[in-house]
Design a protein around this ligand. Structure first.
Ligand SMILES: C[S@@+](CC[C@H](N)C(=O)[O-])C[C@H]1O[C@@H](n2cnc3c(N)ncnc32)[C@H](O)[C@@H]1O
Length: 389
């Protein structure tokens, strides 16, 4: 549970009688305490009440130090204490363990182990110069362990919306789906489970989590390693790459990484890393861009949407999911969107996408917006569906 002051303390902060910034310091420590507890296995081991001595023995940690950690977790509400026994609160069971509805613990670990170390080295430059110099993904490089922590974090935050988003896509049985920046593979696996023929694209070093997820679920997902801002990747996809629609703006990059034209002078189609599938050159029925546009410049987004549109089968659709830069329905939504905007600037040189700009890029890509919906569970997140005109 994040640090929440009591009523009189809130009034004191509002009256400016005390420095409310101290709450951020407590919040930072609370984040680290929860991530540490997850790393040590405290939350899973407390599937039943335990004394510090039995817990310390089970986790192979120092009992006195463990008591200190447990008491800090009681103070912020992650645990409760009855006599000498500690137990999980209902909120912890529901949101921070595999026994609950969605396990966000890997997302906390991603922040502590990946985002914050990166942030320390890149935030100043990001704000001074407008970009961090290298994106978080470039910084991860070939470090498969750090990528696994990252994808586990993304997957855990995606788990909040997995079912409603998959439901929103309707009956996907037999459809060809292209999941751009599919990362951890949770969406790809879920759609494959529902009968879709799914191809997932992501950075080559980022693919282990998706491969494991598909194997664990016993479904086939074509997993393609590559950079979707390059012509090479689009030439390797098992679908015709149409010329960009006429309405693509003249200044949109033909290859956002400065390479050759996809489907024009670009490299010839190469072998895919994964099983290439047998759907031939039919094009994709659905192309997903889930939580990717926030990492890109408007030109890159225009390029991506034009390419996505270009590989659609007749009647196909592009579906964008992101944390949009729009007025949220709640205070928390506004705070979340503002802080995410800063996070995307620092980590990716990007920002929360502007819904009007995305709609414009969809139109420029020859697509017509067919639907747009938000999710009560994730304020600020919007799913936009656009059909080939
Ligand atoms: C925030 S994650 C989203 C994962 C998943 N789509 C979801 O919604 O949970 C963004 C993903 O896009 C991938 N990505 C970013 N830029 C990419 C690029 N140029 N080419 C391929 N993948 C890229 C990242 O590696 C990462 O896995």
């Amino acid at each position: 549970m994040p640090v929440v002051p009591g009523l009189f303390e809130r009034l004191a902060f509002r009256a400016n009688l005390a420095p409310s910034a101290i709450l951020d310091v407590h919040g930072g420590a609370s984040l680290h305490a929860a991530a540490l507890a997850d790393e040590l296995g405290v939350f899973t081991a407390l599937d039943r009440p335990r004394t510090p001595s039995t817990l310390a023995a089970a986790l192979d940690v120092d009992e006195t130090a463990l008591r200190t950690l447990l008491d800090s977790l009681v103070a912020v509400g992650y645990l409760a204490r009855d006599g000498d026994e500690y137990r999980r609160t209902r909120a912890t069971t529901r949101w921070l363990t595999p026994d609950g509805e969605a396990n966000l613990a890997p997302f906390l670990r991603f922040w502590v182990d990946v985002v914050l170390p990166y942030w320390r080295d890149h935030a100043t430059r990001a704000v001074r110069e407008g970009d961090p110099g290298e994106t978080l993904y470039e910084w991860l490089g070939d470090d498969e362990e750090a990528w696994a922590t990252t994808q586990a974090g993304f997957r855990s935050s995606a788990s909040l919306l997995l079912d409603p988003v998959a439901d929103e896509l309707g009956d996907v049985e037999g459809l060809r789906v292209l999941d751009l920046g599919g990362g951890h593979g949770a969406y790809a696996v879920e759609l494959a489970r529902r009968g879709a023929d799914v191809t997932l694209v992501d950075h080559p070093a980022a693919l282990t989590t998706a491969r494991e997820a598909a194997a664990e679920a016993g479904v086939d997902v074509d997993i393609v390693g590559g950079d979707y801002l390059t012509a090479d990747l689009w030439a390797r996809l098992d679908a015709p790459v149409a010329d960009p629609p006429e309405r693509v703006p003249a200044d949109a990059p033909v290859d956002a990484r400065g390479g050759a034209t996809a489907g024009g002078d670009g490299p010839t189609r190469g072998a895919r890393e994964g099983d290439a599938g047998d759907a031939g050159d039919a094009g994709y029925d659905v192309v997903l861009l889930f939580n990717v546009l926030h990492g890109h410049t408007p030109d890159e987004s225009a390029f991506l949407l034009a390419r996505a549109s270009g590989v659609l089968a007749p009647g196909g659709r592009v579906v964008v999911l992101d944390q949009f830069d729009a007025d949220g329905p709640t205070n928390l939504a506004d705070i979340g969107v503002a802080l995410l905007d800063l996070t995307y600037l620092v980590t990716l040189g990007g920002g929360t996408p502007d819904v009007d700009a995305v709609n414009r890029h969809l139109g420029d890509a020859g697509l017509v917006v067919a639907g747009s919906r938000t999710f009560r569970r994730a304020p600020g997140v919007r799913l936009v569906t656009a059909d080939r005109a």
